[in-house]
Design a protein around this ligand. Sequence first.
Ligand code: FAD
Ligand code: NAP
Length: 542
Amino acid sequence: MTSNQKTRPVGIRPVLDTVVVGAGFAGLYQLYKLRQLGLRTIVFEAGGDVGGTWYWNRYPGARCDVESMAYSYSFSEELEQEWVWAERYASQPEILKYARHVADRFDLKKDIQFNTRVLKVTFEESSHRWSVTTSKNETFRARFVIMALGCLSSPHSPSIPGLETFDGNCYHTGFWPHKKIDFTGQKVGVIGTGSSATQAIPLIAEQAKHLTIFQRTANFSIPAWNKPLAKEIQQQWKDNYRKLRVEAQQSSSGIINMDSDQNATDLTSSQQQKELERRWKYGGLIMWNAFADIMKNHDSNDLVTAFVHKKIREVVKDPATADLLCPRNYPLGSKRLCVDTNYYETFNRPNVTLADIKSHPIKEITATGIETSEGFFKLDSIVLATGFDAMTGPMLNIDVRGSDGTLLTERWAEGPQTYLGISMAKFPNLFMITGPGSPSVLSNVLLAIEQHVDWITNCLQYMTENKFSLIEPTDEAEKNWVQHVNEVAEDTLYIYGDSWYMGANIPGKPRVFMPYVGGADKYRDICEHVSQNKYYGFSVSN
Ligand code: FAD
Ligand code: NAP
């Protein structure tokens, strides 16, 4: 609770200009910018501290897959220069420390109400205010609501029969306890083989007596080659930050050195292999863009797949296990690429078993373990690395009602409908940071956050300067944007993976490709075009 709220007489709520929901990197930067505009703002955060993703995901090995020098705010040169990252890819504790440092340095916490979940937001036609109801049973009114909820903040627990009857400890990677968990001497089962699992598995395997990994779909994982960050490299970044940030903004992926301008089809076989080796040795996400046509052309994608299969087989000694670990039947990159440290190596350990639950599905979880159609696995602990109800989950967890009583749940019944992934028709003065229909998770998310926050802040400034009270996209602009988002996705291989981008990981969720895949650079230009043309596609009124 903020200091001014503590002394406020009970029952009297301050009149707010803006409510921000979420105090991850998006909410923190948004608060900072709103203060500069002089807007009275409260941030509500369900967690007990700032950091969002990095507050909740404390599983062993949790780490960034964008290099730390790039996965950082660019809005303050002083902050950029003073912060020292320890490793090439920052660990969860280090990123959380950074988020806390930012909050303290810019004195942000006094306007953040922690341990407070927003349950309901309703647009009041009579006052043109949003009413915001929280889990503390308080209702606030504000002109603007900005949802800084994150794309991956709603952990998904699978509905496996008997899960609740398990007698041992059960953890979800996205909701990890705030204390050290020691698996020493235990039989542990990990369900899932996505990014969270590939990071956690090598470290759990080092502790556990025995670790069984329950794999439904093999994932592509690329070594991070993580290491301490050399002082000279850090200094090079700091000396060139302005130029490097602009380079990232002007790239399609939002990450420097990642995009490729050569199609695999234009290269000889030896040139292709040389480029793939170069990217493998560099490590991390850059394999995703190995060739300009990797997400457009099945043959180009297949050759990268074959390259990764070869690498897996070189590492994993047991041929049957290696075979199971080779991803098949979907294009590389259509599910988020994993970035690991010793993931494939872990399967050479004598205390590690890979259980193929695609061929032998889980039948039930009992008090003592997991029963598959292959047999029973006795376990002391289960780790659910089963992901998130991504992109739409956090918004739909809130009861959102717009003008004319429009329900968000109805509006999004067939998939998210947004204009630019920032706003929605029928929901005036409500904004989303990295909402569905924007590049968000296909980019360096911090870069995407900064772009949205700057855009929203400029929009609010425009509204204030011109004495406008309401802004919302027209139905037509929204419809055209959704169509465009779908069309660019349909022109790629992204739609061939059963990914969380497609909503495919949640039973019953509409299958729609949710992020904007047209490129972070192009998207930025479109947003600029919209704002420079008097908020083209929006209806603005007083
Ligand atoms: P979040 O960090 O998710 O913060 C949203 C906050 O909103 C949360 O604290 C949540 O508690 C709060 N909230 C949600 N609903 C409510 C509500 N109703 N009421 C009150 N509070 C609410 N991105 C990258 O670019 N690179 C990476 O390497 C990378 N690694 C990741 C690793 C993991 C394990 C995960 C899960 C995600 C990763 N991401 C990565 C994506 C990551 O989510 C973003 O980079 C970034 O941290 C998102 O910041 P945010 O503020 O938008 O959202
Ligand atoms: P995820 O990628 O969605 O992976 C979930 C895993 O759980 C998949 O292997 C999935 O199998 C499995 N699963 C889900 N339900 C299941 C069920 N009922 N039975 C058996 N298996 C089931 O989730 P995540 O690993 O938490 O990652 C989510 C995203 O967060 C990432 O894609 C990334 O964007 C971000 N992240 C990044 C990092 C990083 O490296 N910086 C780390 C963690 C997370 P199927 O594939 O068969 O569905």
